[in-house]
Design a binder for this molecule. Structure first.
Ligand SMILES: [Zn+2]
Length: 128
């Protein structure tokens, strides 16, 4: 991979990182609004009970989303580090170069498609 290609992937990673940081900060604001929101005001009003469930559900979704975004952020940081260490684009499992088409779609990919599938299968087995 030449410097120009590496720079393009680095730019893509930085852009994605920025997007996640923005989305996480939005989510945090939203979650704070939900938890601060109307719950105390509507307490004791029976018609609003259904809304409580929705709020709690939404809050759960937000938290899940944030944790998966954080995971992604971590991957991006790792990939940026790999670029610096000149190890970027190498599959962690089979140590072969990850196809550039895959890196263009998923710039933070740690594995080639073949090894990624094996990883996912093993993960599925662990979860039962
Ligand atoms: Zn591989």
């Amino acid at each position: 991979m030449n410097q120009k290609e590496l720079k393009a992937f680095r730019d893509a990673l930085l852009k994605e990182k920025e997007r996640i940081l923005t989305s996480i900060s939005h989510l945090e604001q939203h979650t704070q609004q939900v938890s601060r929101g109307n719950i105390s005001e509507s307490a004791g009003v029976p018609t609003h009970i259904a809304d409580f469930g929705t709020d709690a559900f939404e809050k759960d979704l937000d938290l899940n989303l944030t944790s998966s975004e954080l995971e992604l952020l971590q991957k991006i940081e790792e990939s940026l580090k790999k670029i610096e260490e000149k190890k970027y684009g190498i599959c962690e499992a089979c140590k072969k170069p990850i196809p550039k088409a895959r890196l263009r779609a998923v710039p933070y990919a740690n594995f080639c498609i073949k090894c990624q599938r094996i990883q996912e299968q093993e993960k599925g087995r662990q979860q039962g």
